[in-house]
Design a binder for this molecule. Structure first.
Ligand code: HEM
Length: 389
């Protein structure tokens, strides 16, 4: 039987920095496409992607969501690498702590921290929008919430980057990341749970194990999920926002003039730039994707960043437009594995943008330096000068 195939490499330096032409070819080739080079399938169009994400019984996460066998073995039992009902037990542990009610409770604290952080950064004159503005904020907020011991904190950005790289195909970037992924799991296993702050996510995880709600073996993978998933993703979104607003000053004027556009602008930033490029699934049975049959037992890439630029779904998808408010974007995934921390990411990013919008009239940027990673996309550096309002 014939099916659409492509011989493109999504993992060269060039493709990781500028992936959108490859994604266009995947969408053009069909609703599901076999990528010959790595022997995996890809779903890049919006509608079939959303349908596949909703169908966890056919598109299972339980064999891991990377392409590398080694990383899938290390991350076994991670919330993101399980199916219901195990998944729902794990997800339930922190559901209260990330609920809309809990986020309302922490909103004042996060906004205050954002105001102070932005003041400090702007006082430097020129600054790097990645390393000085975007990166330190989620590191502080998320790690305080998780209650991660101070001595481990300098390690976490390296761990997070490695965790996303380690799930790549068999290329050097993937192999080089694997030891750091293993170090992360080994060091998290050494945490003294009694030392975790009262009320922290970490404490809630170990309490759930003590109460028999989850296995003790699930504690380290759960800690890992919340430590690594909540950093580079948000960092990439905030740095992308600064680049987009520098390149489209009229869009910055629009949200400065009307703060009610802020929530929609955040949706548009993550639709347009998709901090997470893809995760994968394995088919548990033959899957008919709009007439293309993916055989049972196939590894399938869920191309969030491609779905978010699908011309079948979005009018003029390359255009960045804060008035678009694309509430149904796929940057946070969809359905059972839809991002558990999206409310927190939104709160952090919008608090920073609000603090900037009252102080900055224009961003002037130098040359952006991409940070190449197998599964996430963002910048390593963005030299910035903020013209004060
Ligand atoms: C802009 C920022 C973020 C983006 C773009 C993002 C993206 C994603 C995506 C695409 C998924 C879906 C995984 C799948 O389909 O298999 C996901 C899941 C997840 N995210 Fe996020 N994320 C962000 C921020 C955060 C934050 C701040 C946290 C927590 C502190 C977090 C924690 C998680 C967790 C725990 C999962 C797994 C959920 C599950 O398997 O049920 N994320 N995220």
């Amino acid at each position: 039987m014939t099916h659409p195939t492509l011989d493109i490499d999504l993992f060269t330096d060039e493709a990781l920095a500028e992936p959108f032409e490859g994604y266009r070819q995947i969408r053009e080739a069909g609703p599901a496409v076999f990528l010959e080079r790595y022997g995996v399938w890809a779903i890049g169009r919006y509608e079939p992607l959303r349908a596949a994400l909703a169908d966890w019984e056919t598109f299972s996460s339980a064999q891991g969501i990377g392409l590398s066998q080694a990383s899938n073995r290390t991350t076994k039992g991670l919330i993101i690498a399980t199916d219901p009902p195990e998944h729902d037990r794990l997800r339930g542990v922190l559901a209260d702590k990330l609920s809309p009610r809990a986020l309302r409770g922490m909103g004042g604290w996060i906004r205050e921290q954002a105001e102070a952080h932005v003041e400090r950064v702007l006082a430097q004159g020129g600054f790097d929008a990645v390393t000085a503005l975007a990166a330190p904020f989620p590191v502080q907020i998320v790690l305080d919430l998780v209650g991660l011991p101070q001595e481990m904190r300098p390690k976490v950005l390296g761990w997070a980057e490695a965790a996303f790289n380690a799930g790549g195909p068999p290329v050097p970037r993937t192999f080089e990341a694997q030891p750091l992924l293993e170090e992360q799991f080994a060091m998290l296993a050494e945490i003294d749970s009694d030392a975790l702050a009262e009320g922290s996510f970490g404490r809630a995880i170990y309490d759930a194990a003590a109460e028999g709600k989850i296995d003790r073996d699930s504690c380290v993978p759960l800690m890992s999920a919340y430590v690594t998933a909540g950093l580079d993703t948000t960092i990439n979104a905030v740095s992308a926002a600064i680049q987009l607003f520098a390149e489209h000053p009229e869009q910055w004027d629009a949200i400065r003039a009307d703060q009610s556009l802020m929530g929609g602008a955040f949706n548009e930033i993550v639709r347009h730039q998709s901090p997470v490029s893809w995760f994968s699934r394995v088919t548990t049975r033959d899957a008919d994707v709009d007439g293309v049959v993916i055989p049972a037992g196939s590894r399938v890439m869920m191309m969030y960043a491609s779905g978010n630029r699908d011309e079948r779904k979005w009018d003029d998808p390359e255009r960045f437009d804060v008035h678009r408010n694309p509430v149904d974007h796929l940057a946070f995934g969809y359905a059972v594995h839809g991002c558990a921390g999206q409310g927190l990411a939104r709160l952090e990013a919008i608090s920073l943008l609000q603090a900037l919008s009252t102080r900055v009239a224009r961003f002037e940027i130098g040359t952006p330096v991409p940070r190449l990673n197998n599964r996430i996309r963002g910048l390593a550096s963005l030299p910035t000068v903020a013209v004060r309002a």
